[in-house]
Design a protein. Structure first.
Length: 483
């Protein structure tokens, strides 16, 4: 069976093959080297090089699913050399070469482990923490030493109670490693959102986390750091969540250590196979994923594969797009509009979305600056439909104005959420703050104006607000809890 190993699986320049057609390769063998910013690529299979193209090395594998995790071990005289040799990149999707990212003196700062797993339906990061947290703690310890950090902090949503409990027990035994709980809103996993939530510092869209003496690094990347240093294992496999219109149900299946180069189609077959007619296959999560094909290969940055139901047919209706820096870009939103058979008449972007070298970056991720004017612009352009890719807070704001203007609201995640039976993203139903471990939930009592008595309690686990009215009825309660 032939497998395609892409020469560019990271931010930077494509690697150059250091093998040629006909060469014998073994699992873990170096097959491509960086030509600038990049990360080394190793063979995920034993076999023979079938072909080298401009973009990939094609390997004819002998044993695509080995029973043992055997590989050619890395060589390197210290931790940094091993990280470079391993070909590590940001496995949360960003793909920035890890050895470059962690080559920094944080002067007693922070390793922030991004465990937000912010994209709905993806479950492999939390699954890793539930099943293999000690290895990830080891990775944090290596990174703390390497970057001269005084603290490692797991930024994780409070709703993942099992993983939080496991981590809390392990952190008790470690010096300088703790947990910071995040609310269940999008986009808590954005790098600067993690810094803001954990350290209370709002970075500008052009700032790197190092401005706040920190490195933000995804859970799986930390796992692979531990494997590179402790087991001398190169990056040859990837953890992937698969969900959607599949035989056997739409729930998420998690596959650990999928060989890089495995096709999307093979992985879907392992998950049960596509169940009948479908709309599209998305590689990545519902917000930042892109359409893909069955023959596309899994790379070091592939986190999710989602098969959707067919799209709703809007029969040529006029549509306006409202872009978010943390959602689909204009190309992706136009693609969704086309698949919904709508005509795009107007494109607006959230006023906090700044264009930085052709990519939108949010000034303050997840905190809405207001969207009424954007909705009015779309209405004035003659649209009846609005397709948004906004964060939880801004979607809530759009819902405050667009329906009143007579606009039908569609969110870019709708088709995926409908496929898996998840409630469509519309109003904000959870708080933007959560109590930290050991903190008491917020409680507010008594309305002074009406004399009514009520208690508002924020659930520590899911961040939901519960209102218990003891006296009075039909009272209006204004709560500042979303601030
Ligand atoms: S504030 Fe605007 S740009 Fe930022 S996350 Fe929300 S919708 Fe996106």
């Amino acid at each position: 069976m032939k497998y395609t190993i892409l020469l560019k699986q990271h931010i930077g320049a494509p690697c150059a093959a250091c093998v040629k057609a006909g060469d014998k390769v073994e699992r873990g063998m170096l097959i491509a080297e960086p030509t600038g910013l990049g990360a080394a690529i190793h063979s995920p299979f034993d076999g023979k090089v079938a072909e080298i193209t401009e973009t990939a090395i094609i390997i004819d594998a002998e044993n695509a699913e080995p029973k043992e995790d055997k590989f050619i071990p890395l060589t390197g005289s210290d931790d940094m050399e091993l990280l470079k040799a391993a070909g590590l990149v940001g496995m949360g999707g960003a793909g920035f070469p890890t050895a470059v990212k962690v080559n920094v003196d944080l002067k007693g700062g922070y390793i922030l482990v991004n465990a937000a797993e912010c994209e709905p339906l993806l479950e492999h990061n939390i699954g890793q923490l539930e099943t293999d947290a000690p290895k990830i703690i080891e990775g944090v310890k290596i990174l703390k030493k390497l970057c001269n950090a005084k603290e490692g902090v797991f930024a994780i949503k409070a709703k993942h109670k099992k993983a939080v409990d496991i981590l809390a027990k392990l952190c008790e035994k470690e010096d300088g490693i703790r947990i910071h709980l995040l609310p269940d809103i999008y986009p808590m996993g954005e790098e600067r959102a993690v810094v803001r939530e954990v350290l209370g510092k709002l970075l500008s869209p052009t700032d790197l986390p190092s401005v706040a003496d920190s490195v933000v690094i995804n859970v799986e990347t930390v796992q692979r750091v531990a494997e590179a240093v402790l087991n001398k294992r190169p990056v040859i496999t990837k953890n992937v969540s698969v969900a959607g219109k599949l035989k056997g149900g739409t729930h998420t299946r998690v596959f650990y250590d999928v060989p890089i180069g495995t096709t999307v189609g093979e992985l879907i077959e392992r998950a049960g196979g596509i169940d009948g007619e479908y709309g599209e296959i998305v590689m990545g999560g519902p917000f930042t994923g892109k359409p893909t094909t069955l023959d596309a290969p899994i790379t070091k940055t592939t986190g999710g594969i989602i098969v959707t139901k067919p799209f709703e047919d809007l029969k040529g209706a006029k549509m306006g797009l409202l872009l978010c820096a943390c959602g689909g870009n204009e190309e992706r939103m136009r693609d969704i509009a086309k698949k919904m058979n709508a005509t795009v008449e107007c494109v607006q972007k959230c006023k906090q979305a700044q264009d930085i070298k052709g990519t939108l970056k949010c000034e303050n991720p997840g905190n809405c600056p207001g969207q009424a004017q954007k909705c009015m612009n779309i209405k004035k352009a003659g649209c009846t439909e609005i397709l948004i890719g906004n964060c939880s807070d801004c979607t809530n704001t759009v819902m405050g104005s667009a329906p009143k203007l007579g606009l039908n609201v569609h969110h870019q995640t709708d088709t995926i959420f409908d496929t898996v039976g998840k409630e469509r993203m519309r109003y904000l139903t959870t708080s933007k703050t959560v109590p930290q471990l050991g903190e008491e939930p917020e409680v507010t009592v008594t309305s002074s104006e009406s004399g009514c008595e009520y208690t508002v309690t924020q659930d520590v686990e899911d961040g939901l607000l519960h209102i218990d009215i003891k006296e009075g009825k039909n009272i209006e309660i204004e709560l500042p809890l979303f601030l």
